[in-house]
Design a protein around this ligand. Sequence first.
Ligand code: GLN
Length: 195
Amino acid sequence: MIGVLALQGNFTKHIELLKRLGISSTEVRYPDQLNEVDGLVLPGGESSVISDLIVRNDLLEPIVEFSRVKPILATCAGIILMSKKTNDSRVIPLNIFDIEIYRNAYGRQIHSFIDTIQVDLNGTTSSIVASFIRAPKIAKLGNDIEVLATHNGIPVAIRNDRHIGLTFHPELNNETIFHSFLFQMKKKVDTLSAN
Ligand code: GLN
């Protein structure tokens, strides 16, 4: 079972995409629900609002604990939350990705865009369509961060072992490679814990 953080933002699109892949998922709002899922999606939305709700629902430490053993796929606002440092003090960083990231760094809504990017994931290169919506920019890469894709020289997809972070929205273009990866990682964690 994959959990989708459902505090604010476009979590339903992720649930629909997972359903189309035949992967069962559930909405996560409270800490206890994390015990029932093997992987987590942190969706896009408004990172300052989601961060506030994470704190209010006592999810901050439980998500960090979860990330120590289980995989997370973070998109847009999600990757902002996963970072070590942002340019907005209202966002309490989960500090799961050793990156520095700037919110709304491409400009306002009018500067949102769609483009084709090349993604290198698990030895396979895919050309995908990516929607950048009031997207953040990764400004600094720290330890253990693998860049999976760039756009105009800026990293837009990163991986740290079992976690993936994207500054765009794959769920809006029915792009499934990252959700499939999350499911693969979940299976890997299942195998390790069974041995
Ligand atoms: N601009 C949003 C933020 O900074 C992120 C946008 C998104 O998730 N599409 O939180």
